[in-house]
Design a protein around this ligand. Structure first.
Ligand code: ZN
Length: 317
C-alpha cells in the first residue's frame, strides 16, 4: 500500500482554568464539546475535546486545563498557532458576529491567497480562522461556520529542512508555496488530496525567542492514520528511519504513537477508529464525565477534585 498522511487528526494544547476555555471555544467559536474526560496519565485533571457535530478526525482540538498552569510562550521548536477552516463567504459573517459580541480579532489579512483573521483565546493561544475552498466544501452557514474543522498548524522552527523532508518524503505532503513573514519565511505543505486539515506551515524566523510550554501553548500535533494497519505501518516506517517512536498507546477514542520531529515538535499519529461514539451516543457527546475502564473505580474521588464546568450555549442558539 502507499502510505500517506491524509491530514491532521487533532491538536492538543494546555490551558488555564477550564471554565474560561469552554466559554471561549463553545460560546465564541461555536465548537462542540465532544468529550469530557480526564488526562489518562494524570486523572485529577480534565482532558477536554472539542470538535464538529460528528466529532470527526480533523476537527478535533483538545486541552489539558490546569488551574495553576503558568503562562507559556510559543517559540522555536513549538507549534505556534492553529487555524480553523471557514467555508468560502463565511469570514464576513464571522467578523460581524465577533464584533457584535465584542470579541477582539486582527485582520482580515491574506495568506497564500486566502483571507483570514486571528483571535487569541483566554490563555493567549493564537487561533486563526481562514476562509478556504479546500476541505469538506460545506456551504457557509451562520450557525456552524467552523464545522469544517482544522485548516492548518504553524510550526515555528529554527531549521526547517529536516522537518520539511519528513513531511514530503515520509508523510507524502507537497511543498506548495512560500512567503516572507516578519523577517522570516513561511513555507506551506499540503497533504495529498488536500482535504480537511491538510496544511502544515513551517515558519522560520531569526527573531531571538525562547518558547516555554505552559497555558496558551500547543503541546502536540496529531496526524491521521485511517486504520490499525496504517498505524502499525507508520510505526515501522518511523522506526526504520531512526525516529524514537513510542509503542501503540490506547487512548480510548483512538490509538496513538508519539515521536519528536527533527525540529523539536511532538508529533502523534492517531487512528480514525474507534472514534468518540464508542462510550456515549453521538447526540449526547460531551455531557457526562467519561472515564476509561482503569480509572472508573476512582470516579468518586476524581469527581471530587475536578472543578465543576458549566457548558455555555453556543452563540445564537
Ligand atoms: Zn494527542
Amino acid at each position: 500500500m502507499s502510505l500517506k498522511i491524509p491530514g491532521l487528526h487533532h491538536v492538543t494544547a494546555i490551558s488555564g482554568p477550564p471554565q474560561a476555555n469552554v466559554d471561549f471555544y463553545i460560546a465564541t467559536l461555536l465548537q462542540r464539546l465532544v468529550k469530557k474526560t480526564v488526562n489518562f496519565d494524570d486523572p485529577g485533571t480534565y482532558h477536554l475535546y472539542y470538535g464538529n457535530q460528528q466529532a470527526e478526525p480533523g476537527t478535533i482540538l483538545t486541552f489539558f486545563p490546569f488551574d495553576d498552569a503558568g503562562p507559556g510562550r510559543a517559540g522555536p521548536g513549538m507549534a505556534s498557532a492553529f487555524a480553523y477552516a471557514v467555508p468560502q463567504g463565511g469570514l464576513n459573517t464571522w467578523m460581524m458576529a465577533l464584533a457584535e459580541a465584542d470579541v477582539p480579532f486582527d485582520g482580515p489579512t491574506e495568506r497564500f491567497s486566502e483571507q483570514m483573521i486571528t483571535l487569541t483565546d483566554p490563555d493567549g493561544l493564537r487561533v486563526e480562522l481562514i476562509e478556504t475552498t479546500r476541505g469538506t466544501g460545506l456551504a457557509a452557514n451562520g450557525d456552524t461556520p467552523v464545522d469544517d474543522g482544522l485548516h492548518s498548524v504553524t510550526l515555528w522552527l529554527k531549521q526547517p529542512d529536516r522537518t520539511a523532508r519528513l513531511l514530503t518524503d515520509l508523510f507524502g505532503y507537497s511543498s506548495t508555496d512560500e512567503t516572507s513573514e516578519g523577517g522570516g519565511t513561511r513555507h506551506r505543505f499540503l497533504a495529498e488530496g488536500q482535504g480537511r486539515g491538510s496544511a502544515i506551515d513551517l515558519l522560520t524566523s531569526d527573531a531571538p525567542s525562547i518558547g516555554r510550554q505552559g497555558a496558551g501553548t500547543i503541546h502536540h500535533v496529531a496526524f491521521r492514520a485511517r486504520d490499525d494497519e496504517e498505524h502499525k505501518a507508520w510505526q515501522e516506517v518511523l522506526r526504520s528511519q531512526g525516529f524514537d517512536v513510542t509503542p501503540q498507546i490506547d487512548r480510548q477514542y483512538f490509538d496513538a504513537i508519539y515521536f519528536r520531529e527533527p525540529g523539536g515538535v511532538l508529533f502523534e499519529i492517531a487512528t480514525d477508529p474507534p472514534g468518540f461514539g464508542i462510550d456515549e451516543p453521538i447526540e449526547a457527546l460531551g455531557q457526562e464525565l467519561k472515564l476509561p475502564e482503569q480509572h472508573e473505580p476512582l470516579r468518586e474521588r476524581i469527581e471530587r477534585v475536578l472543578p465543576p464546568i458549566t457548558l455555555p450555549k453556543g452563540r445564537g442558539r
